[in-house]
Design a protein around this ligand. Structure first.
Ligand code: MEV
Length: 313
């Protein structure tokens, strides 16, 4: 059997992170150019399955049996076997990811989705997007404890989504192209830790937090209409309002706030942190004309900046 190669994209949340864990709606889009690749090849029946993780200048190698149960790769493999009731024959799996870890871009869900797609093809079964998303969700549960399900959904479906926990996903058609600029704060905090710290605050002050999450939900619903009609200026204003509320629950950082301020000064329609926060990436929305000025400003204070566009296809 020739090697099987699959991949999965990164994502950015445009509206509603954290609030989505408590039932508010959220909107996310796939970042199709930024991907993780999974390559799988068969090994002899007597072999132990192997995992290679290729970094920029590194290769790590493991026997899958030796990885701890809460390891992302081992967990995804175990959930796949349990859900599909297929016993996978020995393999060599190579993971090559361009998605930074703990940066708010969905790297763990993307690794899980790429592996599930590879294991599906390797075992000769056709998995629906829904099944891929469901297996990736369970793998996310092993990683984070209480994921909302938005990351596995937007990554498995590879479409912009309006998502509400327990209600599933709705595709969100973005008819006019919108321009996004993403910049790295260079700081990293695991999503699991930020979500847990928000939960501790919510337990101490439930009515305040519930009000904030309700307000974020209202912003998300207004943003859905603005995205559908392609009103970038209004989308930007709503992003900035969303960021103010994320700041009030203490999930931003001085570096993220600085990047957001610089993007707005350079002419962005608006900007916010994206994902778990306390580091990772911010996302700004811009007109076609202001893109290069914003990128230049962000480059001067961020280790990595990239542009993408969504919609208008
Ligand atoms: C993580 O990408 C987004 C959070 O809302 C957590 C989740 O939805 O599971 C912070």
């Amino acid at each position: 059997m020739a090697a099987i190669s699959t991949s999965a994209p990164a994502k950015t949340i445009l509206f509603g992170e954290h609030a989505v864990v408590y039932g508010a709606p959220a909107i996310a889009v796939p970042l199709k150019a930024l991907r993780v690749k999974a390559i799988i090849q068969p090994l002899l029946a007597s072999s132990k399955s192997l995992v290679f993780i290729k970094g920029k200048n590194t290769i790590e190698q493991f026997h899958i049996d030796d990885l701890p149960a809460d390891n992302l790769i081992k967990g995804t493999f175990a959930v796949f076997e349990k859900e599909t009731r297929i016993r996978i024959s020995p393999f060599k799996l190579t993971i090559i990811s361009k998605i930074p870890i703990a940066a708010g871009l969905g790297s763990s869900a993307a690794v899980a989705v790429a592996i599930i797609r590879a294991l599906g093809e390797f075992s000769g079964i056709k998995l629906s997007k829904e099944t891929v998303s469901k297996i990736a969700y369970q793998s996310e549960v092993i990683q984070h404890g209480t994921p909302s399900g938005i990351d596995n959904s937007v990554i498995a479906y590879e479409e912009p989504v309006y998502f509400q926990k327990g209600k599933g996903i709705t595709y969100l058609p973005i008819k006019k192209k919108i321009h996004l600029i993403l910049a790295d704060s260079g700081e990293r905090t695991l999503t699991r830790d930020v979500v847990e710290s928000v939960r501790n605050c919510m337990v101490r002050n439930p009515s305040l937090y519930q009000n904030i999450f309700d307000s974020i939900g209202k912003i998300t619903n207004a943003a859905k209409i603005a995205l559908e009609s392609g009103n970038s200026k209004q989308i930007g204003e709503l992003m900035t309002q969303n960021h103010t509320l994320l700041k009030s629950i203490n999930v931003s950082s001085p570096k993220l706030d600085l990047l957001i301020m610089r993007a707005n000064e350079a002419g962005a329609f608006g900007a916010k942190l994206c994902g778990g926060g306390r580091g990772g990436y911010m996302v700004a929305i811009s007109s076609e004309e202001n893109r290069s000025k914003i990128v230049e400003q962000l480059h001067s204070i961020s280790p990595y900046v990239f542009e993408t566009s969504v919609g208008g296809e």
